[in-house]
Design a protein around this ligand. Structure first.
Ligand code: PLP
Length: 440
């Protein structure tokens, strides 16, 4: 990689001047690290002075790379599919990789889900879910155009998902007049184990029930991330909240959409975070870990009732069809990924990671700047009393051997499930050490 190392300053300079990064400014560009390759749970970075450095990826590339990088089974699936075709259109054509993936997804899905829409990103799958809910009611002659959700959520960056993302986190003020206005219940009390009779929970349930009643006739669907709100603030809440939201939706003829783009495929322990309640959703969105982090792919799954209801409308079908819908390469890798998750004892693996994170992050509680430390499945969160100095914490963690990407007041990790106990030790020590180095 000698040529790469000679060029690395030039690459970074061009990047800084011309390439957008997530939520970045052209005036004060972010200062990204150059990744040369990745293998196992490690990223091979170029340090600021040009020296190569290997760090453990504490982020699984934003929840995706659950088996790490250069996974032999996934590499083989991609190569095999490349030898057949990497893409064909899905309008009027179908292919084995799409059908095989749909079969696997439906076999694993919550009860009652029978139809799959293969979308090209998580945000698009949420768009399609919301569109399906609207079309479902329209087809039955009901003018229901609003969605009901809880504050603190995150559902993606395109306009419909943004409109049900937390009003502050989703920058609703910035886009006032453009974003449709949906109905936001308060954020539920923090903690997986908060009992239904806890005073804070009782108050939440009353406020939410009253708010719902005021809008019941216009609500098409309830949309939530079950049990763990991810990018909206890594907030954990009790399954009772889902029970309440499901009951309100049922009582008032609305659908329930579970957005498991971040939580699906065992990230919180069970395959679906929503498995913690008895009632399945009408619509499920999955993405992120679907291809094991290899390619962009997501899916919207729905019940036969929803699928047929939508199809009875004047439009005659679900009005969506992305160019790269059902991309064969992505589907083939996704099937291999689901097979790999099934072949391994993934639930046990996630329990092991959870123990490693809980033990490794516990020391953060002793830091004066730390407000809370929490873990759920293969997710570990250190919440500060102040905004994280993101660039400094990331640099300090890299110096200690891990890649983390904090946001707001949160330094968090959701490592690959295959991270060894020793690497979990290094990773959590790096995370706690970086917080201590920068915030004291
Ligand atoms: C990441 C995420 C999305 C958006 O997915 P993209 O692939 O980034 O469009 C939607 N919902 C949740 C819960 C997510 O975590």
């Amino acid at each position: 990689m000698a040529a790469m190392s000679d060029d690395h300053a030039a690459l970074l300079a061009f990047d800084r001047d011309h390439v957008w990064h997530p939520y970045s400014s052209a005036l004060t560009p972010s200062d990204p690290w150059l990744v040369e390759s990745a293998q196992g749970v490690r990223l091979r970075l170029r340090d600021r002075d040009g020296t190569a450095r290997e760090v453990i990826d504490a982020m699984s590339s934003w929840w995706c790379a659950v088996h790490g990088y250069r996974v032999p089974e996934l590499d083989a699936a991609a190569r095999d599919q490349l030898d057949r075709m990497s893409h064909v259109m899905f309008g009027g054509l179908t292919h084995e990789p799409a059908v095989a993936l749909a079969r696997r997804l439906l076999a694993q899905a919550p009860a009652g889900l029978e139809h799959v829409f293969l979308a090209d990103s998580g945000s698009v799958s949420v768009e399609v879910a919301m569109k399906a809910a609207l079309q479902f009611h329209l087809a039955a002659g009901r003018h229901r155009t609003r969605f009901f959700t809880i504050r603190g959520g995150y559902h993606g960056d395109t306009f419909s998902p943004m409109s049900v993302t937390d009003p502050v986190g989703g920058m609703h003020a910035l886009f006032r007049g453009v974003l449709p206005e949906h109905v936001f219940a308060p954020r539920p009390p923090a903690g997986l184990d908060v009992p239904p009779d806890d005073p804070a929970m009782v108050a939440w349930e009353r406020a939410t029930t009253d708010l719902y009643a005021a809008h019941a006739a216009e609500v098409a669907a309830v949309i939530v991330e079950p049990v763990l709100q991810g990018a909206g603030g890594m907030h954990v809440y009790a399954p009772h909240v889902l029970d309440v939201l499901h009951r309100l939706a049922r009582e008032h003829g609305a659908l329930v959409i579970h957005d498991e783009i971040a939580t699906g495929f065992h990230r919180t322990g069970p395959r679906w975070a929503g498995d913690r309640v008895d009632t399945p959703p009408d619509i499920l969105c999955v993405g992120k870990a679907l291809t094991g982090g290899y390619l962009t792919l997501a899916a919207m799954l729905c019940t036969r009732e929803v699928a047929e209801g939508v199809s009875r409308g004047a439009a005659g079908g679900l009005m969506h069809g992305p160019t790269f819908m059902g991309n064969p390469l992505a589907c083939a890798v996704a099937s291999a990924n689901l097979d790999l998750l099934a072949a391994r004892d993934t639930e046990a693996e996630v329990r092991r990671v959870e123990t490693g994170l809980r033990d490794g992050l516990a020391g953060a509680r002793d830091l004066a700047t730390v407000a809370d430390v929490r873990t759920l499945g293969a997710v570990g969160v250190v919440q500060l009393r102040e905004p994280v100095r993101v660039a400094e914490v990331a640099a300090a963690a890299i110096a200690r051997g891990a890649w983390v990407r904090p946001f707001r007041d949160l330094v968090y990790t959701m490592p690959p499930y295959v991270t060894s106990d020793e690497d979990l030790g290094t990773l959590t020590a790096a995370l706690v050490g970086a917080v201590a180095d920068v915030h004291g």
